[in-house]
Write a protein that binds this ligand. Structure first.
Ligand code: GLU
Length: 481
């Protein structure tokens, strides 16, 4: 157990919706903080005024809340801390650890062009590192704007022992030249603001995606220049798709963002389990895949996060979701799926008790809650398609017609209150006609529900009730004539 109070953070940028990868990283931070009885901090990195949107900030906050990821501090907003970055940027300038760079975009483009032609790595050549006061004055007088760049040590291996990836070493010559830390308009760039904040907020473990490895190599010298203790780093693998592409909204659409899962009726505990399990397994029984994350806090260990990239697999997520759906009571399911049900169905047609029975009848096969209305819709109206190839074949046989006739004849004797009795009436009709199994049930299923699959036939008949059963069978007989 670390000596000092553990302080970790998640620092999303509101330039898009809440990404699955960010959520997974948040869970790892959450587990690590809880295990070490430390603090988990939320910081919104909203300095990119062009790409930030308030609605994304809201989605991020709502998303974490929905996932029951609670924070001990924050949200802190970088946009409210601009004075601090300015002050510290100035301090680095005064101490000669940073410098003003007056290069224009055209000059930088020109430099890149030359480097590309010479087939050498493209990078800033630190040309304004040692401008004299005289030169600076001249450039200012010419109206040139300046950014602040941090002086990286030359040709130095930046090394750290990563809690997930082990020993890492990156040479400063491979970091693209001295990084800009503050734009001409006084807005800090990520690598600077993140260090100021991690230092100021006393973050001692930085757990984030491994797309930040090179940033870490830039950030360590900045931590040192500012006199902050360098945190311990843990870089978790990113999420890829089966075709080995980084999971992204731009390429893969909605599946990359948490709001899709929120919208479609995934349970937060399923997502938590799925995302944590993607790269982390239990040490005692790694074969156990199902776990609530609050139950594995004591077993959590950064060292057990795999180095290899995680692969997004919707079938697997659905399997987790199906498991957690089945754990819910019918009342809970009703409450959770009410918004989906109300949108598509006129719930007032049935007493709640019966709607619960309908939900119960489809519960075992659900991937997600928004599938429920489609599966039980036939209870509410008969707008299903009888003429599709399969359905037409099933209802248009000689024996099907006989079944329908006999059900109509027996309709007054059916005890609709009782699911088993309803089924028994059908079985008796089957006996009379020497029909059973799908020859007996499928025509009725199709006539009453528009599908040869679905809930128990006795339940369908019992819940539909006499009037609807009669009307639907009469309708089919008419279609057949
Ligand atoms: N705002 C950064 C991002 O969203 C944070 C990365 C970090 O954790 O340092 O990628």
């Amino acid at each position: 157990m670390p000596q000092k109070e553990v302080r970790v953070r998640i620092a999303p940028s509101p330039t898009g919706s809440l990404h699955l990868g960010t959520v997974r990283t948040a869970f790892y931070n959450y587990l690590f903080a809880k295990k070490n009885k430390g603090k988990f901090i939320l910081r919104i990195e909203d300095t990119d005024q062009q790409r930030n949107k308030d609605e994304y900030t809201k989605e991020i906050l709502d998303g974490f809340k929905w996932l029951k990821i609670n924070f001990d501090e924050g949200p802190y907003y970088q946009s409210e801390r601009l004075d601090l970055y300015k002050k510290i940027g100035q301090k680095l300038l005064d101490e000669g650890k940073a410098y003003q760079c007056f290069c224009t975009q055209e000059e930088l483009d020109e430099l890149r062009k030359i480097q590309r032609a010479a087939k050498v790595p493209e990078k800033y050549d630190n040309r304004h590192r040692s401008l004299t006061e005289e030169q600076k004055k001249k450039l200012v007088a010419e109206g040139k704007k300046s950014v602040i760049r941090f002086k990286l040590p030359d040709n130095t291996d930046i090394k750290w022992n990563d809690e997930i990836r082990g020993h890492i070493s990156v040479n400063t010559n491979d970091l693209g030249g001295d990084p800009v830390i503050m734009r001409a308009d006084g807005i800090p760039l990520y690598n600077f603001a993140v260090v100021v904040d991690d230092g100021d907020m006393k973050i001692n473990y930085v757990i984030r995606g491994d797309d930040h490895l090179h940033n870490t190599a830039k950030q360590i010298p900045i931590f040192q220049a500012l006199g902050y203790e360098v945190p311990t780093f843990a870089h978790a693998p990113l999420i890829f798709t089966h075709d080995r592409e980084k999971l992204s909204k731009r390429k893969h659409g909605d599946i990359a963002n948490i709001d899709k899962y929120q919208r479609e009726g995934y349970l937060p505990e399923a997502l938590a389990n799925y995302l944590v399990h993607m790269s982390w397994t239990k040490p005692d029984r790694p074969e156990i895949e199902i776990f609530k994350i609050d139950e594995v806090i004591d077993q959590f260990d950064l060292g057990r996060i795999s180095k290899s990239s995680a692969v997004y697999d919707l079938t697997k997520l659905n399997w987790f979701n199906n498991h957690y759906i089945k754990e819910k009571s019918l009342e809970e399911m009703f409450d959770m799926s009410k918004k989906f049900l109300e949108k598509e169905l006129n719930l007032s047609l049935y007493p709640k008790e019966q709607v619960l029975q309908m939900i119960d009848s489809v519960k075992a096969g659900l991937n997600k809650l928004d599938e429920i209305p489609g599966l039980i819709k036939f209870f509410f109206d008969d707008k299903f398609d009888l003429s599709s190839g399969e359905n037409q074949k099933i209802i248009s046989t000689e024996s099907a017609k006989k079944i329908f006739d006999n059900v109509l004849k027996a309709i007054d004797s059916i005890n609709f209150q009782n699911q088993a009795d309803c089924k028994k009436t059908i079985d008796n009709i089957g006996k009379e006609l020497s029909l059973k199994g799908k020859d007996l049930y499928w025509p009725l299923r199709v006539a009453l529900s528009g599908s040869n699959k679905g809930p128990d036939l006795g339940l369908i008949i019992s819940l539909l009730g006499k009037e609807k059963v009669k009307a639907r069978i009469e309708k089919v007989l008419k279609v057949l004539v």
